[in-house]
Design a protein around this ligand. Structure first.
Ligand SMILES: [Mg+2]
Length: 309
């Protein structure tokens, strides 16, 4: 794999072909407008796609070893790479082959021999679409009330991290957070004030979840969730206690609370080791069970559990 000297803010394209000559042609056509990386085998292509996260992949179908169809299938199955558009480059012109590629999730086709105007136009179109999708997702993944990530963003990120940490052999911790007696808060202060309360809690949580890779999201209603990749159980429990005390320190009045006279949270923490035998749902379920344990213990507390596998 090699890189052109194009500035890093240009869209990134990964060109994959077993023939150096074809790579040279594609590089020559695209290097002025894009940052072009190249790979000569399917295995190289998958590694490069995961690590470099290109905006588009130009993928030869006919390659010795892993062919383009298999590369495409693997990229589409992996949440780390599933959203990268793929244009197949092929000498095959049979329509059944085109159908097969599109069924595998390819965005478009270019047939050899490569024509400069066709390659440039198809690439430009896919890059524009990718940029639009990235923009839409930045809104679609945000909670409108608090500005935090929303549940969909959390679900996507946690699936990505689960796979990554399984490969890396590192732990993943999650924290479920519930505002204590929030229904009583809404009943006594009204929903407008309730929204203000959730915004204040969200800000307090976000200020204390700042490590790169960590995420705090609104999970729904008065529930928040925190994702802590690479955090062992001790570290996650410390974060949980930090969050609990941060919300308590806000001293937001809550006269209807049965815990105390201000807003508090319950915090459920679980840590697991992503593996083929474990799953993300069990980790979240565990954090939810710890939330119930908090309620049994009188709320405004942190309860945690390390999953055995
Ligand atoms: Mg080939």
């Amino acid at each position: 794999m090699s890189e052109s000297t194009a500035p890093a803010d240009k869209p990134r394209i990964l060109a994959v072909d077993d023939q150096r000559l074809n790579l040279n042609i594609m590089h020559g056509l695209l290097k002025d407008d894009y940052q072009v990386m190249v790979a000569t085998t399917g295995e190289q292509a998958i590694k490069a796609a995961i690590s470099a996260q290109p905006d588009l992949i130009l993928l030869d179908i006919n390659m010795p070893g892993m062919d383009g169809y298999e590369v495409c299938q693997r990229l589409k199955e992996d949440p780390m790479t599933t959203r990268i558009p793929i244009i197949f480059i092929t000498a095959l012109t049979e329509s059944e082959d085109e159908t097969r590629g599109l069924e595998l999730g390819a965005a478009d086709y270019i047939t050899k021999p490569l024509h400069a105007s066709v390659v440039k136009a198809r690439v430009r179109t896919q890059i524009r679409l990718k940029r639009q999708n990235d923009l839409l997702e930045s809104y679609a993944f945000r909670d409108g009330l608090t500005g935090l990530a929303n549940r969909r963003a959390f679900d996507e990120r946690s699936a990505l991290e689960w796979n990554r940490l399984q490969r890396a052999g590192e732990p993943l911790s999650t924290i479920m957070i519930d505002v204590d007696h929030f229904k009583l808060y809404n009943d006594s202060y009204g929903h407008g004030q309730g929204d203000e309360c959730l915004r204040a809690v969200a800000r307090a949580l976000a200020q204390r979840v700042q490590r790169a890779g960590d995420m705090v999201a609104r999970y729904g209603g008065e529930e928040f969730v925190v994702l802590l990749p690479d955090a062992d159980h001790g570290a996650a429990m410390a974060v949980g206690e930090n969050l609990r005390s941060a919300v308590e320190a806000l001293r937001l009045e809550h006269r209807a609370s049965k815990v105390t006279d201000h807003v508090t949270i319950s915090v459920g923490v679980t840590t697991g080791r992503p593996s083929a035998e474990s799953n993300l749902a069990a980790l979240l379920q565990g954090a939810d069970e710890m939330l119930y344990a908090c309620k049994a213990a009188g709320r405004n507390t942190v309860q945690g559990r390390e999953l055995s596998r």
